[in-house]
Design a protein around this ligand. Structure first.
Ligand code: CA
Length: 226
């Protein structure tokens, strides 16, 4: 796996690069916007870790250019602020995930692994499955046109499931993607949250979208159940 890290704070960049290399990733580092874009356009990376505030060329502009070139590369954005408007702008520009500074390396590593593991993704802002509609920007969910209120964890779980329609997701995959490193070991947490989701998303409707794959995990589908 080849990663590109674009970060002008040298201390942060070197610390992150060292940690990722210890995890056996090949890591290239750029310390400013223009050289970051030059490297991103010259090589095929599996993942780009992108700071937003960069000298010479902003992270958001690099992201736009990267997405013009490729949909395949995963982009994890680092931001000093937890600003919603900025997040929306960058999600629209094609960011896959966010990490707010300061962060622990372990947290970064969890996100990096999850992004690299999940493979090709659907980058549409509005996801559909049958009569279920999920808007990633407003984080609103509707079924048969009716708004469904979800907690932020329920939303994150549903988004992960709907982003991977037809694919069986193990409990481990779900935990790695939806929970973070502060999560401690209750393996039935996934089942508990899926139960909450079913109550809101599936129970009021005849067609069930959330499927249990016995002994493995969960899967979403709008095909009739066998
Ligand atoms: Ca910066």
């Amino acid at each position: 796996m080849r990663l590109l890290l674009i970060e002008d704070e040298k201390k942060v960049a070197d610390f992150v690069a060292r940690g990722l290399r210890a995890e056996r990733y090949a890591v290239d580092v750029a310390y400013d916007g223009p050289s970051g874009w030059e490297m991103a356009s010259a090589h095929e990376y599996d993942l780009i870790i992108l700071d937003l505030m960069l000298p010479g060329l902003s992270g958001t502009e690099i992201l736009r250019r990267v997405r013009k070139k490729s949909d395949a590369v995963a982009v994890l954005v680092l931001t000093a602020r937890d600003a919603t408007a900025e997040k929306v702008e960058n999600f629209e520009a094609g960011a896959d995930d966010y990490l707010t500074k300061p962060f622990a390396f372990a947290e970064l590593l969890v996100r990096v692994k999850a992004l690299l593991r999940r493979g090709p993704v659907n980058r549409a802002n509005v996801l559909h499955l049958g009569d279920l509609e999920l808007d990633r920007l407003s984080q609103q969910v509707r079924r048969a046109g009716k708004r469904i209120e979800l907690t932020s964890k329920e939303y994150a779980l549903l988004e992960y499931l709907v982003s991977n329609v037809g694919r069986v997701l193990t409990r481990t995959m779900i935990i790695e993607h939806v929970w973070d490193e502060s999560f401690e070991g209750l393996t039935n947490i996934v089942d508990v949250y899926v139960r909450h989701l079913r109550a809101k998303v599936d129970d009021p409707h005849p067609a069930k979208l959330i499927r249990t794959v016995r002994g493995v995990g969960y899967c979403m589908s709008d095909e009739p159940e066998p």
